[in-house]
Design a protein. Structure first.
Length: 193
């Protein structure tokens, strides 16, 4: 995700490998790296659902740093694949569909849809000082023709006036369906916890 506002720039890279069982999130390995101006932060988590439906987790804030561990009652991974699909289904009247080689591509039919409100939870979007109707919006979603799996999305939100400018670019890709190796969920060695 890229966010540009006036002279401030923020960039986030988020990688997650997840396992679902019957539509329920059971394992997560995620890395989040954020750069804001000259500051960079990092967060890595491995979380595994336990027998009592809570999550045992290991977390570190440096790529080579020490792990800390604990337990969470629940885990919330955004954007959640199935919740994201639910939003897209709700938008069906506001989208057009095109055939593009191996993909189906959905795009906005008009600028009249409030993407900020629709995706506020899943993409952690909020907007103050500017009305969503003042934003120029572009949103594209790709599904694989063979499997109908969501392959990715790109969202661009832009605002410019005498008050200032704001540009938000968000993109996501989904891949390696049923190919995530169990080893990505291995807990760190005890010498590093």
């Amino acid at each position: 995700m890229d966010l540009k506002s006036g002279s401030k720039n923020t960039h986030q890279d988020f990688l997650a490998q997840v396992q679902y069982d019957n539509g329920e999130l059971t394992k997560v390995n995620s890395q989040l790296e954020e750069t804001s101006g000259s500051q960079t932060s990092y967060d890595e988590v491995i979380a595994i659902q336990t027998d009592n439906n809570s999550f045992s987790y290991y977390q570190r804030s440096d790529k080579n740093g020490q792990w800390r561990n604990g337990e969470w009652e629940t885990i919330d991974l955004d954007p959640d694949y199935f919740s994201f699909l639910d939003i897209i289904y709700k938008m069906s009247d506001d989208l057009t569909i095109e055939d593009d080689d191996d993909d189906y591509v959905l795009s906005l039919r008009s600028q009249n849809i409030d993407l900020i409100s629709l995706f506020s939870d899943e993409l952690n979007l909020s907007l103050t000082g500017v009305e969503q109707t003042e934003m120029e919006k572009d949103f594209e979603i790709r599904f694989a023709k063979k499997t109908f799996y969501l392959k990715g999305f790109d969202m661009d939100l832009n605002y410019s006036s005498d008050k200032g400018s704001l540009s938000i670019t968000i993109g996501g890709t989904y891949s390696d369906w049923n190919k995530v190796k169990d080893s990505v969920f291995d807990i760190p060695s005890t010498g590093n916890v």
